[in-house]
Design a protein around this ligand. Structure first.
Ligand code: F6R
Length: 242
C-alpha cells in the first residue's frame, strides 16, 4: 500500500493522472466510480482535462460502487444521478457505458447478481476510486461486512446516515436506510485501488486503514491485502498516522 500525504488539490491531480494514463493506454478502460465528497476534485480535474485537453471517455466504461435503495429515479441524490451530474455529463461519457446497482429493482438479489456479472463481462475494473466513511466503510460495506462479500443489500449505520444527512437538507430522516453496494470481495478484484480521504474526521478511519489490524470492523483494512492500493490523504486525514 502506498500512502501519499499532500494538499487536496494535489491529491486530485495524482488521481486524475492515474486515470488519464490508463485512458491514453486503453481508451476502453473500465473505471470504478465513487460518489460522496471525496472524489469531487478528481471529477473536476477530469472534466477540465476533457474540456481543455480533449481527454476522451467515449469508449470508457464505468461501474458505480453503490446506490441507495428506493430513491425515486429523478431524485437528485440517487447516485446514478449524482454520477451523471458530477462526472458523466461533464466528460460526454455515453450514459449506457456507466452502470450502477439498481436500487429500484423488484428482485434485489437478482439485480445484485446481474451487476456482478456485468463487471465480470467487462473484464473487471482497471482502477477503482474510493472514499472512506468515518466508521471505516468503503463503498457501503459497513463495519462487520464480510471481507469476501459481493454486491448485496446492506443497512446503513446510524453514523453513515447522520454523515450523509448533509446531502438531504440536513434531515437524517430523509436519508435512505438501505443501499446496494459492491462487496469488499468485489472491490478487491479491481486492479488498482485509489482511495481519497481529507479532513480530520477521517483521521481515525485512515489510521485503521493503514496501520490497524485487518478486521471486518474496519472494512477498509482489507485494502492492506491488495497488491496495488494507493491511499491519497491530506495532512488532517493523515494526522493519526504514526
Ligand atoms: C460513496 C461511497 C462511500 C463514500 C464514503 C465517504 O459511493 O462509496 O463509501 O466514499 O461514505 O463519503 P465522503 O466522500 O462524502 O466523505
Amino acid at each position: 500500500m502506498e500512502v501519499v500525504i499532500a494538499p487536496a488539490e494535489e491529491l486530485a491531480v495524482l488521481a486524475a493522472d492515474a486515470i488519464e494514463a490508463l485512458l491514453r493506454r486503453d481508451p476502453a478502460v473500465v473505471l470504478g466510480l465513487a460518489t460522496g465528497s471525496s472524489p469531487l476534485k478528481v471529477y473536476d480535474e477530469l472534466a477540465r482535462r476533457h474540456r481543455e485537453e480533449g481527454l476522451s471517455f467515449a469508449r470508457a466504461r464505468g461501474f458505480m460502487l453503490d446506490e441507495y435503495v428506493g430513491l425515486p429515479a429523478e431524485h437528485p441524490q440517487r447516485y446514478r444521478n449524482v454520477i451523471e451530474t458530477e462526472i458523466a455529463s461533464r466528460v460526454a461519457w455515453p450514459a449506457d457505458q456507466v452502470l450502477g446497482p439498481d436500487g429500484l429493482a423488484a428482485d434485489i438479489p437478482a439485480a445484485c447478481s446481474a451487476y456482478e456479472q456485468a463487471i465480470t463481462d467487462a473484464g473487471g475494473v482497471d482502477l477503482q476510486i474510493l472514499g472512506i466513511g468515518t466508521d471505516g466503510h468503503i463503498a457501503f460495506n459497513e463495519p462487520g461486512s464480510s471481507l469476501a462479500s459481493r454486491t448485496r443489500i446492506k443497512t446503513l449505520t446510524a453514523q453513515t446516515r447522520v454523515d450523509n444527512a448533509r446531502f438531504f437538507d440536513d434531515d437524517v430522516e430523509q436519508v435512505p436506510t438501505h443501499c446496494l453496494t459492491q462487496g469488499l470481495g468485489t472491490i478487491m478484484q479491481a486492479r488498482h485501488l485509489v482511495l481519497l480521504a481529507t479532513g480530520r474526521q477521517k483521521a481515525e478511519a485512515v489510521h485503521q486503514l493503514v496501520e490497524g489490524p485487518i478486521s471486518a470492523m474496519w472494512p477498509g483494512t482489507v485494502m492492506q491485502l491488495h497488491p496495488h492500493a494507493t491511499v491519497l490523504v491530506d495532512d488532517a486525514a493523515a494526522s493519526r498516522l504514526q
